[in-house]
Ligand binder design. Structure first.
Ligand code: ADP
Length: 459
């Protein structure tokens, strides 16, 4: 049997391997997902909820097992893995409840002898493809929503981090979530993506990953006209105004930026600081970041981990070098960390302009790219000057300005005076080329149901 090897990015050592499935194995798993739909969708919402709850409780009881595995395969430190598990379990808990509240409607009739009702029905068998940066939460967020709505789902996790997903599946089976209801395949992404999108019985795909692959899946899904949720790339602006609480702004920035070594689609990518507080912010930022350690995350305190693989490291190296050649000034870091391997130094760069490559691409590394601005109008225009629109952050103590930012910034999420975005109760998602559809909150479950109108005439 062919396998995919999974390596620890902190040490380079082999952790485990998983199946490199053939086309016919993937097709069989899709069939199971399709065949399980009638009985799963026919269950009471309460019954589905009880199974999700059981899964939640079993995983929670073994939180440390999941945390260690995730740190090993992804490189994020244990503190981050534990936080991700809490975040991810939150989706199972939330949707175990939300599934009970997929309410319909009645509409005043247009027919004198009729009645009109609107019901919401599970869309059908679904599929999803997830990235490596949140190996736990990405799985639970999609599966729990689909299953709670009455859909079945087949998942393809990322090749770099399939082990957490496989363990989640194991626990789901122990909890009594049957074969077919939650299926998992590993193997060639292109082959699996083609099979998912070509199958007319798969009625929806939820994808989180790059805009490039997202567009490809949209194109492929057009043939069978699937419903899609696309959580794609970002180019998040992080605005700091001189009326902000500057210390809080720097704290929020550091925690948002260094999460998962900067390899997050909502990571602050373009940091715009008002010129009147620029030196103060940069000074505080250098102080804060230079105290942060880098290394293997299998210990209790926060530490910046490695990049996921060599390709990711090469991309960051090249991007920083090009930026420096074009006039960017490195204030801190700027190179591979002394311990080598896939570790990159947390880096701060200033003297940047909006025409540089670093301004227009997702950095996906622990690099703070800092720009200066003068007026609010200018800051908003520059924040919006991107094809992406996932999240935007801003720090200001001025209430009027906060409202203007909330209204005028073009992104699916606007986070004011905080560096923290996601939790189960809020709608996560983007606009423009960051995609469409929302995950989390009651909006999330709407993505997995179809609205059906029935007219009862001749009454
Ligand atoms: P990233 O840069 O975060 O790795 P990708 O979009 O390449 O983003 O990967 C996200 C997910 O998409 C992963 O699970 C990956 O295996 C999958 N993927 C990559 N190429 C394809 C493809 N051609 N079709 C379907 N899925 C793909």
């Amino acid at each position: 049997m062919k396998t995919i090897k999974v390596y620890n990015p902190s040490t380079g050592s082999l952790i485990d391997e998983c199946a490199d499935m053939t086309e016919s194995e993937v097709k069989t798993a899709i069939e199971r997902t399709v065949n399980a739909f009638p009985s799963w969708s026919g269950k009471l919402a309460l019954e589905r909820s009880a199974l999700l709850r059981k899964w939640h409780d079993l995983v929670k009881a073994d939180k440390e097992v999941f945390a260690r595995l995730m740190t090993e395969e992804n490189g994020k430190c244990l503190a981050e893995s534990r936080a991700e598990i809490d975040y991810g379990l939150g989706f199972i808990e939330w949707y175990a409840e939300e599934g009970k509240r997929v309410y319909g409607d009645t509409i005043p009739t247009h027919d004198p002898n009729g009645a009109v009702i609107v019901t919401k029905e599970p869309i059908g068998p679904t599929a999803s493809i997830t990235p490596w940066n949140f190996p736990f939460m990405m799985i639970t967020r999609k599966i729990a929503t689909a299953l709670a709505a009455g859909c079945t789902m087949i998942i393809k996790p990322a090749e770099d981090t399939p082990l957490t997903a496989i363990k989640l599946l194991e626990y789901a089976r122990t909890a009594g979530i049957p074969e077919g209801v939650f299926e998992l395949v590993t193997g060639d992404p292109k082959m699996i993506g083609s099979l998912f999108t070509a199958d007319p019985n798969i009625r929806k795909i939820s994808f989180t990953g790059s805009t490039q692959i997202g567009k490809l899946l949209v194109e492929q899904s057009a043939k069978t006209l699937k419903k899609l949720t696309m959580e794609l790339g970002g180019n998040a602006p992080f605005l700091i105004f001189d009326d902000a609480n500057i210390e809080n702004a720097v704290k929020g920035l550091v925690s948002a930026k260094l999460r998962n070594s900067g390899q997050v689609c909502i990571s602050p990518n373009r940091i715009y600081v008002q010129d009147t507080c620029f030196d103060q912010v940069v000074g505080l930022l250098i102080d804060a970041v230079s105290k942060i350690e880098v290394g293997d995350g299998l210990r209790d305190e926060f530490v910046v981990g490695p990049l996921i693989n060599q390709k990711a490291l090469d991309k960051v190296l090249k991007l920083v070098n090009t930026t420096v050649e074009k006039g960017g000034k490195v204030q801190l870091g700027g190179k591979i960390h002394d311990q080598g391997g896939l570790f990159y130094e947390p880096t701060i760069i200033t003297d940047l302009t909006d025409d540089m490559e670093i301004h227009n691409v997702e950095i996906f590394g622990p690099v703070f790219a800092i720009y200066s601005f003068t007026t609010e109008e200018e800051a908003i225009a520059r924040a919006n000057d991107t094809e992406y629109g996932l999240v935007s952050y801003a720090y200001t103590e001025n209430l009027g300005r906060a409202f203007r930012l909330s209204r005028q910034i073009q992104s699916g999420m606007v986070i004011l005076n905080s560096g923290s975005v996601g939790t189960a109760s809020v709608p996560f998602g983007g606009v423009k080329e960051s995609g469409y559809g929302r995950e989390g909150s009651y909006y999330g479950i709407e993505e997995y149901v179809e609205v059906k109108y029935t007219l009862f005439s001749g009454l």
